[in-house]
Write a protein of this length. Structure first.
Length: 345
């Protein structure tokens, strides 16, 4: 993008993709691609997306299409807001590609289950030759849409390009920062969703603020040591993409992952807890997070218990017992960063 932005294509018409598309349309031509024809027609004709954003009025000039080629045609920036489990197939089977060199920003916060790949890695594999970054942070879609003040991060290796994108996405209600640490920002976005499920289970079990505060603090420790082991920078995890997004997702009832965790804590089955159109990325990401941790030799005991509840038939109460029964240790030591042989996970 070394020139004016003349068109943005947003791929994915969920709550966050639609919100960003509506915000961007106030300053630049924006087209949003929707998989569902009814959703696309509603956005273009009625300027609403009631399945995801209730009766909120979208920008009146926002257009939607189910034709990927039409959405990408002449786009100078592409934003991808497709859930992790459908990202590769959506991009690879459409038969349409952005022009070489067009920057692509991911809004998705997950890992590909079959490869453990981050979303930027999937995009780069399917659409090579385009600079790829991520927009991430404490961004609950409804609050951003309603104009409540917040901040976010554009993570991309090319710092000059990051500043150009920063100018495009910044508004008087959405303050954008830049960060070249794409790995750290993406891993933060993945792990915080898993941790929000753990916090939700604590709420569903009837536990109070002490429990949730302890969980968030230890979640930050897990997020940091895994992120650093994968190449992220420590300061990223203390920023908006790390602790900022972690707090928002672990405390807000608007968080889909928190709500799924609450349902699990109340004793509901996973399939029942997952009902609805919104995606709880933390469920699908829990096992890849544990896989990555094993590969890197770091401890992620909270993530392990979330995966055990979601996929191994364990109960939330059993998860609590496992976490509280771990061997005593110092809060800060070398083993907290990297697991030693035979350590208690």
């Amino acid at each position: 993008m070394r020139g004016p932005v003349t068109k943005v294509a947003v791929i994915g018409a969920g709550s966050w993709g639609t919100t960003i598309a509506s915000v961007l349309r106030s300053r630049v031509e924006t087209t949003i691609w929707a998989r569902n024809a009814d959703v696309a027609a509603e956005i273009s004709a009625l300027h609403t997306n009631r399945a995801y954003l209730a009766e909120r009025a979208l920008h009146p000039s926002l257009r939607s299409t189910t034709d990927m080629a039409e959405a990408l045609d002449d786009a100078t920036v592409v934003v991808v807001a497709v859930p992790s489990h459908g990202l590769r197939s959506t991009l690879s089977t459409a038969g349409a590609f952005p022009k070489t060199g067009v920057p692509v920003l991911s809004l998705s916060k997950g890992l590909e289950q079959t490869t453990d790949a981050r979303m930027s890695e999937v995009i780069s594999a399917v659409w090579p030759g385009r600079p790829v970054g991520a927009l991430t942070g404490p961004n609950l879609a409804e609050e951003v849409f309603d104009g409540q003040p917040t901040a976010s991060v554009i993570a991309i290796a090319d710092e000059s390009l990051g500043r150009e994108l920063q100018e495009l996405f910044s508004t008087d209600r959405l303050r954008i920062y830049t960060n070249p640490d794409l790995v750290g920002c993406e891993i933060s976005g993945v792990v915080k969703n898993v941790m929000a499920i753990a916090c939700g289970m604590a709420v569903g079990l009837g536990y109070g603020d002490n429990t949730r505060a302890a969980l968030i603090t230890r979640a930050l420790a897990e997020l940091t040591r895994l992120g650093e082991a994968l190449g992220g920078e420590q300061r990223t995890f203390a920023g908006l993409a790390g602790v900022g997004d972690l707090v928002a997702t672990c405390t807000s009832r608007k968080s889909r992952n928190l709500r799924v965790g609450i349902a699990l804590g109340e004793g509901r089955a996973l399939a029942d807890a997952m009902g609805g159109r919104s995606v709880a990325e933390g469920v699908r990401s829990s096992r890849p997070v544990v896989d990555l941790a094993v590969r890197c030799g770091v401890e992620v005991p909270v993530a392990e218990q979330v995966a055990a509840v979601c996929f191994e038939g364990h109960t939330p109460l059993a998860g609590v017992a496992s976490l509280m029964g771990r061997a005593p240790r110092a809060e800060f030591d070398d083993d907290d960063r990297r697991a030693s042989p035979g350590s208690s996970a």
